[in-house]
Unconditional design. Sequence first.
Length: 318
Amino acid sequence: MILCVRFGPETGEAFLPRLVDLLGAFTPVVEAAPPHEALADVRGALRYFDRTPAGLAAVIRIRALALYGADCVIGAGPNPMLARMAAREARPGLTLTVDDPAAFLRDRPVVALDGVGRATARTLCGYGLDSAGRVADAPLAVLQRLVGAKAGRELWERARGIDRTPVVPNAAARSLAAERSFPHDETDRTEQRRALLSLATELGARLRTEAQVCRSLALTVRYADRSTTSRSRTLPEPTAHTTALTALGYALHDSLGLQRARVRGVALRAEGLGPAERAAHQLTFDPADEKARRIEAVADLARAKFGPRAILPGSLAA
């Protein structure tokens, strides 16, 4: 049995290590899923503590409240996909347990399945396969003709509640995030963009320090009423270049069309991480791009020696 424990975005990603430590008291098989989620394989813990999944989840929730004052939602299922889906639908303070995968999935939209994006969902819906139940009932060969051999088999299995993905403890991070909270509800667009510049600068430096690049960037804006809005977009090429991250962060911010919105905080997430040595960079004839990259390399050396605030963009140093 797998538990998926999720906290609200107001807790911040800095809370995630605490969540992992909390779950580690019950099972060593814990996988962090940034920014606000963790998976735990509790099959051994259920026998050891002699509890049901819902009973063990209740203990975890009480400890989280007692130690950190944070409530959570918990989903339980026989595999990670079903546990995540259950957690997305669970109400705060409650645990949703999936005992019958077929009944749980049958009326769910196909886009709710792991690995099904908008393009795949559009293709499937065009043939009337708009729910997990209809996909599960479709012949495997039909799905493979529509979306490909490997993707078709994975889709067919997931629609039937089969997910072979293991919970991997201490897995390498697949994303990096940085966030800023404002001291008051911020309505000034300029201040919001200064925060985005600071976040992009931090992410770029962290990626380059770890010799990684990212394929996409996600922006989350948190408002005064604790609601959030998120947007994500793929970069033209995998990169750790601060200028590229900043430009995309600004574009995502502009796409929200915020007008006098009371913003409490912003967060940027670099997703689809991979080793920098395997990334290709499209050469250009623009000397400004090469100059910016050389300056960036020198700034990284200065920050490594004198601290992260040794060199900052002018608008942040003001």
